[in-house]
Ligand binder design. Structure first.
Ligand SMILES: NC(=O)c1ccc[n+]([C@@H]2O[C@H](COP(=O)([O-])OP(=O)(O)OC[C@H]3O[C@@H](n4cnc5c(N)ncnc54)[C@H](OP(=O)(O)O)[C@@H]3O)[C@@H](O)[C@H]2O)c1
Length: 163
């Protein structure tokens, strides 16, 4: 399993159950890295998506404690055990964790690659993830040139779990 996230300088990732910035090039990058794959998310992230529906052309797996929860295009799982049982049906290289804060913090250590769009700004987040730079189990293997959109400069950074 890998993960993909956009984080600001304080490792903030969201505010008011939405994203911190609108970055078309990052959206494109997200699409490229998730299309055709299995995407795993928490219930709050699903509810932040357009129409509160799963993403098209991807297998969407949503974790919630609510046993009656239903959402279009989504496979619902109600516990960590159920999640990993479901994920065992897929190639781990095809599974991408897409948020949000609770899910990244619980499961990032299980990921092999972390695709982090690093935004060089403080964007007033209310949801944060761990500082991956301080995790000795991961190292940066690539970083793109900076891109600026809508007043925010960002870089596509990839971390890998150390062998
Ligand atoms: N910047 C980015 O790349 C990015 C990406 C994704 C999301 N986000 C942002 O992140 C924020 C949402 O993150 P969040 O931390 O508030 O929520 P979240 O991680 O999306 O969802 C949390 C929910 O997942 C369910 N859950 C988590 N662990 C569970 C478990 N072990 N068993 C059963 N259910 C479990 C619970 O749902 P129930 O309460 O229904 O039980 C929990 O309330 C939003 O602002 C969103 O825009 C940012």
């Amino acid at each position: 399993m890998d993960l993909i996230v956009a984080a600001d300088k304080s490792w903030g990732i969201g505010k008011d159950n939405g994203l911190l910035a609108s970055l078309p090039t990052d959206m494109k990058y997200f699409k490229e890295h998730t299309m055709g794959k299995v995407v795993v998310m928490g219930r709050k992230t699903l509810e932040s998506l357009p129409g509160k529906k799963g993403l098209p052309k991807r297998t969407n797996i949503v974790l919630t404690t609510n046993p009656d929860y239903e959402a279009e295009r989504c496979i619902i799982v109600n516990s960590e055990d159920e999640l990993f049982e479901k994920l065992s049906e897929y190639d781990p290289e095809e599974v991408m964790l897409i948020g949000g804060g609770a899910m990244y913090n619980k499961y990032y250590k299980l990921c092999d690659k972390l695709y982090v769009t690093k935004m060089d700004a403080e964007l007033g987040a209310d949801t944060f993830i761990a500082n991956f730079d301080e995790d000795p189990d991961f190292e940066i293997v690539s970083e793109s040139e900076p891109v600026t959109e809508n007043g925010v400069t960002f870089r596509f950074t990839v971390y890998e779990k150390k062998k």
